[in-house]
Design a binder for this molecule. Structure first.
Ligand code: FMN
Length: 223
């Protein structure tokens, strides 16, 4: 598969088949993805590839927990315009595909838990950075998070080439302490995003969602 084909084919998958992904394929993907660029070749990412019994343990612990959701990454998640409208469009699009009315809070909350359940994916790649590099002299060092974006997209494209579905997502890491505990990780390992990975459930309506993009002439200036 050409890179351009992988770029065009990739889209976020929010319903997976339970079929496991062979470990050799997961290994090939993450090994190649380690070639992603990073600031000063600092390679700040740390990856946890979770499948099988450990994945099941995390899904169960997250589903059963009654704690408050939180994210490891600092800063307020706020969306002024024009970003708010783009966010609203993708959320409305997903609810429409799912047949969930906006005002049905219960159904929305139930669907929200699917994110914590990695949308049924058999595996999940957690992308982490160390607290000591995210905070330097009490200031946020943004570059490691930027670099994690580079390796994330590299993983997504390599997975597409393998016929796998993925989604880069924060929802699966809304209970970071539980996941750290299950993976025996110290509090210094911070989750940037998770990438649920598996074979897409092509019959699930949510996977019909197609997000739009602003046109070239609005986003890009050629000089
Ligand atoms: C950092 C990041 C976090 C995201 N978190 C979530 C999430 O928690 N839940 C979700 O449904 N989608 C999440 N997404 C997926 C975006 O909604 C998706 O990439 C965007 O709508 C574009 O759609 P596409 O990936 O299908 O092209 C996230 C994407 C990124 C890059």
């Amino acid at each position: 598969m050409d890179v351009i084909e992988a770029v065009n084919k990739r889209r976020s998958i929010r319903a997976f088949k339970s079929d496991p992904v062979p470990e050799a394929i997961l290994k090939r993907i993450v090994e190649a993805a380690l070639h992603a660029p990073s600031a000063s070749n600092s390679q700040p990412w740390e990856l946890a590839v979770v499948s099988g019994a450990k994945m099941a343990e995390i899904k169960k612990a997250v589903a059963e927990n009654s704690g408050r959701p939180s994210v490891d990454m600092p800063g307020a998640i706020q969306y002024p315009e024009p970003y708010a409208s783009r966010r609203a469009a993708v959320m409305a699009g997903a609810l429409e595909k799912l047949g969930i009315p906006r005002e049905d809070k219960e159904a929305r909350a139930k669907w929200g838990m699917q994110g914590a359940n990695v949308w049924g994916a058999p595996s999940c790649i957690y992308i982490m950075i160390d607290r000591a590099f995210l905070y330097v002299n009490n200031e946020i060092n943004i570059w490691p998070a930027f670099d994690c974006g580079a390796i994330t997209q590299t993983i997504l494209l390599l997975a597409t080439e393998q016929g796998l579905g993925t989604i880069p997502a924060v929802q699966p890491v809304l209970y970071p302490d539980i996941i750290r505990e299950k993976l025996n990780l110290p509090a210094s390992k911070l989750f940037v995003v998770a990438i649920p990975i598996g074979y897409p459930d092509r019959d699930h309506p949510v996977n019909e969602l197609r997000t739009t993009r602003e046109p070239l002439d609005k986003m890009v200036t050629f000089y």
